[in-house]
Design a protein around this ligand. Structure first.
Ligand code: ADP
Length: 453
């Protein structure tokens, strides 16, 4: 470059180190990524006639200087970036580690050591699989394979780790595969978040929800107690009558009973056994319905469940001279849910419909249950009555906990139905029925949706 026309004489004076140079030679020094500096020679005592070689020499020195300054700047930037990376890695609020293709830890940060309770040296002697709960190892191996194949980059995995004390720690794991310039796998980068507190809250919520659902089932049984008692008393009374009749016949026999008599008594005994089974079945159904158990999502047939529910409430409906009709296609696809919980949803809706039709003329006391498959992934159920219906304001509130218009009502039936259905990815709503009454409808994902809470 050419010699610079001195743009800042005041600045270049400083180049004289406090003296007053009488002649100067100044060239720019331009390190990359930095501002421009000036390098100058000066002569104070006399003016110097600078030669071309002087200029070339100073320019060569300026160029070398610029190279050195550029390298220094790069080194400083690298050191800063390395320091920033190290600080991010070490001080991150989540566990971070590098894992090799077999699952062994290559590098771990402090937080991961904290989460798992091991020192860095100890962790480096383990593989991620060693510290994973046996039931989650398959899922972790699948996740490794997916990420390595470039498929699981945007997914994460919730799994249980076992810490040094042997305690279970719920973690959320997010992994990415580090690859070289040719796209060959180098190692996994994994972010591990301790979600034990969230899991404990979720589990507590679930326990509360299950307890509430059970309490609501028991209260339903309580509401139906007189109809249930009637239903059980019927076969018991019949048994008693049959036994009385049979004993009388035996007492009246003077000689050994003949073959005809024995055949008749056999028929009576068979009938008694059938009636006893019926009473037993009613009791089993109630015991099942109110049992303390954790809900188990499984493949269910909603048609079968609706029949069970109708069986539960049948006596109540008979007592109130109310008809139920069910419309369900023969090829209804299966859904996912817990059978007892879904039976509870049906029972709640059926009893609510029945209750709403208390004042309806007997000829119109008809509850229509319709089960349809909306598409392969969704089944819809509607329960329509000809009861009192609701005002627009009531319709907005029927799913609010403790909202009730019934004397002695708890206002928990519908909120419990909603939480059951939502836990399986379904939803429930209410609407007025044209011609009078209410429709309560819900959807539930079909088996294809694979929604497991
Ligand atoms: P509860 O039966 O204890 O009142 P629910 O949560 O089952 O509790 O119902 C809440 C309220 O929703 C009922 O009190 C009633 O006002 C209204 N409701 C429920 N089902 C119907 C229905 N089929 N027709 C009209 N109103 C209904």
């Amino acid at each position: 470059t050419d010699a610079v026309v001195d743009p800042h004489p005041a600045a270049t004076t400083a180049l004289g180190g406090g003296f007053a140079p009488r002649s100067r030679l100044v060239v720019p020094v331009c390190p990359q990524g930095d501002r421009t500096y000036l390098l100058g020679l000066h002569r104070c005592r006399i003016e110097r006639d600078w030669k071309e070689e002087d200029l070339e020499l100073v320019q060569a020195i300026a160029e070398r200087l610029a190279q050195i300054m550029t390298m220094l700047a790069i080194q400083t930037a690298l050191a800063e970036s390395e320091e920033r990376f190290r600080a991010t890695f070490e001080q991150a609020a989540v566990g971070i580690c590098h894992i090799d293709h077999r699952g062994w830890f290559l590098k771990v940060n402090h937080k991961l050591c904290d989460i798992l309770g091991y020192t860095e040296e100890e962790l480096l002697a383990y593989s991620g699989l060693d510290l994973t709960h046996p039931s989650d190892r398959n899922a972790l191996q699948n996740y490794f394979a997916q990420v390595k194949a470039g498929k699981g980059e945007s997914s994460c995995l919730e799994l249980r780790n076992i810490d040094k004390q042997g305690l279970t720690i719920w973690c959320n794991l997010t992994m990415a595969a580090r690859k070289d310039a040719e796209g060959r796998f180098k190692y996994f980068i994994a972010v591990v978040e301790d979600i034990s507190a969230r899991k404990a809250l979720q589990e507590r919520d679930l326990r509360h929800r299950d307890a509430l659902a059970r309490a609501s089932r028991i209260s339903t049984i309580g509401e139906m107690s007189s109809a249930i008692a009637h239903e059980i008393t019927q076969p018991l009374m019949a048994i008693s009558t049959y036994v009385g009749g049979a004993l009388q016949r035996l007492d009246n026999q003077s000689a050994k009973p003949d073959a005809r008599e024995i055949e008749l008594l056999r028929g009576v005994l068979l009938e008694i056994s059938r009636l006893a089974d019926r009473a037993g079945h009613i009791i089993d159904r109630i015991r099942n319905f109110s049992s303390q158990r954790s809900p188990k999502p499984q493949v269910i047939d909603l048609r079968k469940i609706s029949c069970e529910a109708i069986g539960m409430v049948e006596s109540e409906f008979k007592a109130r001279r109310t008809e139920i009709d069910v419309d369900c296609p023969a090829d209804l696809p299966p859904a996912i849910g817990d059978p007892i919980e879904l039976e509870q949803v049906f029972v709640n809706l059926l009893l609510n419909g029945l209750e709403a039709m208390k004042e309806t003329p007997v000829a119109r006391r008809q509850l229509s249950v319709e089960i349809t498959s909306v598409d392969a992934n969704q089944i819809q159920v509607s329960v329509a009555d000809r009861g009192v219906g609701f005002t627009a304001g009531e319709m907005m509130r029927v799913f609010d906990p403790f909202f009730t218009t019934k004397v002695g009502g708890t206002g928990l039936g519908l909120p419990v139905c909603r939480s059951i259905l939502e836990s399986y990815g379904g939803r429930i709503w209410a609407e007025p029925r044209p011609g009078g009454g209410a429709v309560f409808a819900f959807t539930l994902p079909g088996q294809a949706e694979d929604h497991i809470r």
